[in-house]
Design a protein around this ligand. Structure first.
Ligand code: FA5
Length: 350
């Protein structure tokens, strides 16, 4: 029996030396360890032996089985490694210096203008906040001094969800959360609240060249002691001159929003038609861009801030319209079109 075992080991070594593929190796595994394999055959002869002989032989055959199985596993790993190396060697050379044969993506014009505004306000000490697109009735209206059944709710045709929440119809919906987030630092450490919060807004509106049902605004607020309309005008002027880098005509007129008092409409002369009137400005020569005003005392109160001690301004910039004016996009609907032909023309000129 010992001779048979030694013979089998030598045979296995010879067989393994000849094989080249994993499939060959699998055949060998079956020939030695399979149901009808040579090692299984050795076991079959054991039934005629005495108990002691069977025990001794059983042990040897088991050792042989383990040895053969380990050898085959090691061989399999070696073969796989060789096959992988061969595959890698067969691959064409990769030249990192070759130009990339692919069109590069570009940023959406709204992203470009948003980033530019963020950078302008960041340098003036404003923080940039992110806020949910789904908000509560309280955040969007009540905290902004617009109670239920107030006619001002009709100014924005809002999308309501079945659970009573709604799609943010203006970025002002984040004001209350921002006041609550920073009021302690304002009251206890004297740190003014200076924040901007860009975001997507939704209104159930008929679309035209300057109205979309999904558009971007960027809200800004500043609250401290003795904040006045002069501060508001300074920040508006700085932002517009930085964004456009050229003289543009601006007009400020009274505007009504329940969350500011006094409130203003800030319009810019239409840069598409030069003020002559066109579909982009509804033939008025002016585009409503950035309503603003001094924050209403009730709104400060709802945010936990004493209006007797603190004042502030807020503005709601129409970011999508700003992108239209900056990049000369005549129809706002092009910005939501997803058309690469239109959208890939714009680059960051900073
Ligand atoms: C508001 O949304 C106020 N929350 C703004 C505000 C903030 C006032 C803080 C005072 C203080 P209004 O509905 O006018 O206001 O929208 C603000 C700007 O968003 C508009 O001037 C316009 O530039 C832009 N806008 C409004 N509706 C649309 C629309 N359907 N499509 C594209 N832009 C729009």
């Amino acid at each position: 029996m010992d001779e048979k075992i030694t013979g089998l080991k030598a045979q296995l070594e010879a067989d393994l030396a000849k094989i080249e593929t994993a499939a060959d190796l699998e055949n060998i595994r079956v020939a030695y360890l399979g149901k009808k394999g040579s090692i299984t055959d050795l076991m079959k002869g054991m039934k005629d032996l005495s108990n002691d002989e069977r025990k001794a032989l059983g042990q040897k055959v088991n050792e042989l089985k383990t040895e053969v199985s380990d050898t085959i596993t090691a061989k399999m790993e070696e073969l796989k490694r060789k096959e992988l190396e061969a595959e890698i060697n067969a691959m064409p050379e990769f030249d990192v210096a070759l130009p990339v044969n692919m069109d590069r993506g570009s940023y959406h014009p709204i992203t470009l203008v948003q980033r530019q505004c963020e950078s302008i306000f960041r340098t003036m000490g404003f923080t940039i906040e992110d806020y949910s697109e789904i908000v509560t009735d309280y955040e969007c209206f009540e905290a902004l001094n617009i109670p239920k059944h107030h006619p001002a709710r009709d100014m924005q045709d809002t999308y309501y969800l079945e659970n009573g929440q709604l799609l943010k119809s203006h970025t002002s919906a984040a004001q209350n959360a921002i006041y609550k987030k920073y009021k302690d630092a304002l009251i206890n450490e004297g740190k003014p609240i200076k924040a901007i919060f860009p975001g997507r807004c939704f209104r159930n509106e008929a679309t035209d060249a300057c109205h979309e049902n999904t558009f971007f605004q960027m809200e800004g607020v500043m609250v401290d002691k003795d904040i006045s309309i002069s501060n508001l005008i300074f920040f508006m002027k700085t932002m517009l001159s930085e964004v456009f880098r050229k003289d543009i005509k601006v007009r400020l007129r009274p505007g009504f929003f329940p969350f500011v008092e006094p409130g203003f409409e800030l319009d810019i002369s239409c840069l598409i038609c030069g003020g002559d009137g066109c579909p982009s400005c509804k033939h008025s020569g002016w585009l409503e861009l950035c309503p603003c005003g001094m924050i209403h005392p009730e709104v400060l109160k709802a945010g936990g801030i004493d209006p007797e001690e603190y004042t502030g301004f807020a503005f709601g910039l129409g970011l999508t319209r700003l992108a239209m004016m900056k990049y000369g996009v005549k129809d706002i609907r092009d910005l939501n079109s997803g058309s690469l032909k239109v959208l890939s023309q714009f680059t960051d000129d900073e």
